[in-house]
Design a protein around this ligand. Structure first.
Ligand code: SAH
Ligand code: MG
Length: 203
């Protein structure tokens, strides 16, 4: 598919996201993630949290040899993702799974991915990690978006609005767990809304 198709689709996605309040990645965050992926050169990526396909399409365009599997639980967003990916002509490179990632059976997916990108329910990253890290190849990389939660995850818990405390506590705990995890080399980057990069050790 031509570049013009993809550019047009990305514009439609951004307009749709703005209109319907879909939290797609910010430009700075996605460009930064793409830079990391260009350096890593994965051949397969698993994304948890497709929304309407924006980040999956950006990754597919940035990494021509790479295939992407992405999971979305919301019915409306799932259908929009499929539609936009078709419009961009990328249906051969991106598979969208309509499921709650905590319920999807692993056998539906590939057996191994070079990269996993988590960008879904913020309080549940540890559960996604525990379920899916078995699919991450040794030497592969886990990327996690929204590790700053727009600054909330940088504050003392007493400063955080009560209804968000559990989620923020979970994020803080997950960051600390990955920082201390013996099987991963973890870096927390402040680009976008905070991207955590966890490289799975070879041995
Ligand atoms: N990566 C996208 C944005 C994702 S927004 C982009 O940048 O273009 C987060 C999405 O995760 C939402 O659409 C939400 O419905 C989805 N989500 C949250 N929890 C989920 C779960 N347990 N399983 C599947 N999708 C989930
Ligand atoms: Mg995000």
């Amino acid at each position: 598919m031509t570049n013009e198709h993809i550019t047009a689709t990305l514009q439609s996605i951004k307009a749709y996201a703005a209109e319907h309040h879909v939290p797609i990645m910010e430009d700075q965050g996605i460009e930064f993630l793409l830079q990391l992926l260009r350096e890593q050169k994965p051949e397969s990526v698993l994304e948890i949290g497709a929304a309407i396909g924006f980040s999956a399409i950006k990754v597919a365009v940035a990494l021509p040899g790479c295939t992407i599997d992405t999971i979305e639980r919301d019915n409306g967003r799932f259908h929009k993702a499929v539609e936009f990916i078709g419009e961009a002509g990328l249906e051969g490179k991106i598979r969208v799974f309509h499921a709650d990632a905590l319920e999807l059976e692993l056998k539906e997916l590939g057996s191994s991915y070079d990269a996993i990108f988590i960008d879904a329910a913020k309080g549940q990253y540890d559960r996604f990690f525990e379920k899916y890290e078995t699919l991450l190849a040794k030497g592969g990389v886990l990327y996690c978006d929204n590790m700053k939660m727009h600054g909330l995850a940088e504050q003392e818990i007493s400063e955080v609005p009560r209804r968000k405390r559990t989620m923020i506590r979970n994020i803080k705990q997950f960051r600390e767990k990955m920082m201390a995890h013996p099987d991963y080399d973890t870096t927390l980057l402040s680009a976008g809304d905070g991207i955590m990069v966890c490289k799975k050790k070879q041995a």
